[in-house]
Ligand binder design. Structure first.
Ligand SMILES: Nc1nc2c(ncn2[C@@H]2O[C@H](COP(=O)(O)OP(=O)(O)OP(=O)(O)O)[C@@H](O)[C@H]2O)c(=O)[nH]1
Ligand SMILES: [Mg+2]
Length: 60
């Protein structure tokens, strides 16, 4: 993203909000591991770092 002429944004911090039991944790771990996990109601909050395809290749 970004305006014309600016560098593409390489990192983003995303805050996901939703009602209890609306699927936030399920979506987070689906995005991170591409798997459907069994969840329990979250106490507090979940924080995860997700990497894009290119970033994973750079890390390897
Ligand atoms: N049918 C259906 N069920 C879903 C979907 N996403 C999540 N669920 C189910 O909804 C329930 C709650 O999912 P969570 O991911 O724990 O919801 P949450 O928003 O993190 O809940 P809290 O942590 O309590 O706020 C679980 O039983 C999930 O399996 C979906 O897309 N479809
Ligand atoms: Mg949760």
């Amino acid at each position: 993203m970004g305006t014309r002429g600016s560098k593409p944004q390489k990192q983003a911090q995303v805050l996901m909000l939703g009602l209890d039991g609306s699927g936030k944790t399920t979506l987070l771990y689906k995005l991170k591991y591409n798997e459907s996990v069994v969840t329990v109601p979250t106490v507090g909050f979940n924080v995860e770092t997700l990497y894009g395809k290119r970033q994973r290749q750079d890390a390897a």
